[in-house]
Design a protein around this ligand. Structure first.
Ligand code: ZN
Length: 437
């Protein structure tokens, strides 16, 4: 026991000595982040092209240029605005280490303006709410963002109250770039080959469909697109969408007696049957929901669109059965209305695949711990680009970025958030090299 303790102590000293011996990157993560945040890369819904907005290419081209400057190879921007690059491994037996991919997205959410982002550094934060200067009604409160309590003494980065900050996901871009920069400055850090990608249109979907999984060449990958320090995600929703149609018969209301069948009442009856404890507004954590989110109400034909979300396929099946049973009940009450339900698969929980690769989360946990960050698993109540890649044969969990309050004016990250995430990434590539067989 005593020897084990002595061993652990000497190991810790060795690890911290190595960490201390690192040469800093040419440019700190925060400086990169501030540069990327000022570039407007807002994506747009319902476009037929990828990228959905041309301005995303401004950041794509800058990242490609900077990748070349820090020494990455095979740097290219695809016709869809995806930036790809390779960081060669530096081990003699390199092929025994799997190629690990790192992916961040360049676009920002269409929900809030990303034009003229003016990042503000609140140096040496001493606690309390943060009022954003250009719109004093925009306040980051400790009550709303309790993570602030852990950031005393840190430099917090916010927008000015008019725009979002774009920490989602320019933090991920800056952290991956700074990881590469640091690795290039420190050839003593041993690692396998790394595949790098920066993608457009994550916020609107569609960008990832143009991703060249084969050309990327990674065996595993991580999206760096999560929130607070330590958050690691290996689970997303399993998702289906149901469309329920109600067919009635329309006719002139003046002569409708005995002829008109008004489909609207059947649709209303169906809506009234949704259990109140299975809705987005009444669920959280690991509990799934059904969510009627759009519809057409008309005499001749009404229709409803409904999201089904659950972490488990059995739970999703149960929700589908619920919706079908409700159709049977409404049909019995409105025999003259023709009711049909059609259910489509949207995406599946990436856990269905990632459960066979537990080392991906294990290594990420170890990497975070070595950076002094307490890791934890957070299931994502949504989908990720990584989930799409996972089902295309590239298992891809999601890692934290240090950021908070995505998609809004109250978004923030911090110097430590950026630095600790970068450190975690550097640790992660080393751990894969240490564990090579
Ligand atoms: Zn994101």
């Amino acid at each position: 026991m005593k020897y084990a303790f002595a061993f652990i102590v000497s190991l810790l000293i060795a690890i911290s000595a190595q960490a201390q011996a690192l040469k800093p990157p040419k440019e700190p993560a925060i400086d990169r982040f501030l540069r990327y945040a000022k570039i407007d890369t807002q994506s747009a819904e319902d476009q037929t092209t990828v990228p959905s907005t041309k301005k995303q290419l401004n950041l794509a081209n800058l990242l490609a240029k900077e990748l070349k400057e820090v020494g990455a190879q095979n740097v290219r921007v695809s016709e869809f605005g995806i930036v790809y690059a390779t960081v060669p491994g530096n081990l003699a037996d390199n092929p025994k280490v799997p190629v690990i991919g790192f992916i961040a997205h360049m676009d920002t959410s269409p929900a809030v303006s990303g034009e003229n982002v003016n990042p503000i550094i609140h140096k040496n934060y001493q606690g309390g709410d943060i009022v954003l200067p250009k719109d004093p009604t925009q306040v980051i409160t400790v009550a709303g963002s309790p993570v602030l309590k852990e950031l005393i003494g840190d430099d917090i980065i916010t927008a000015d109250g008019i725009t979002l900050l774009g920490s989602d996901d320019k933090s991920g871009c800056a952290e991956i770039m700074t990881m590469i920069d640091t690795l290039m400055q420190n050839p003593q850090i041993k690692h396998g080959t790394l595949a790098i990608a920066f993608t457009p249109d994550e916020e609107v979907g569609g960008g990832i469909e143009k991703f060249d999984v084969k050309g990327f060449g990674a065996k595993f990958a991580y999206t760096v697109d999560g929130e607070s320090l330590g958050e690691i995600s290996v689970e997303t929703w399993s998702a289906r969408t149901a469309t329920v149609t109600f067919k009635g018969k329309s006719t002139h209301p003046g002569t409708a007696k005995g002829i008109m069948v008004n489909a609207m009442y059947a649709a209303a009856d169906y809506l009234s049957r949704f259990p109140k404890d299975t809705l987005p507004e009444t669920t959280e954590g690991r509990v799934g929901f059904v969510h009627p989110y759009a519809g057409v109400i008309d005499v001749e034909e009404s229709s409803l669109k409904i999201l089904l979300r659950d972490f488990d396929l059995s739970g999703l099946d149960a929700k589908e059965k619920l919706l079908r049973d409700m159709v049977t009940q409404t049909q019995a009450k409105f025999p003259e209305v023709k009711i049909a339900i059609d259910v489509k698969q949207d995406y599946k929980n990436m856990k269905e695949v990632l459960k066979d690769f537990p080392e991906l989360a294990d290594n990420a946990f170890e990497a975070a711990r070595r950076a002094g960050v307490k890791p934890y698993i957070k299931p994502i109540r949504g989908g990720t680009d990584g989930a799409t890649l996972t089902f295309e044969g590239l298992p891809t969990p999601n890692l934290f970025t240090g950021g908070t309050n995505f998609h809004g004016k109250l978004e923030f990250n911090s110097r430590r958030g950026l630095e600790k995430t970068t450190e975690t990434l550097i640790n992660l590539v080393q751990i894969f090299a240490e564990k090579r067989k």
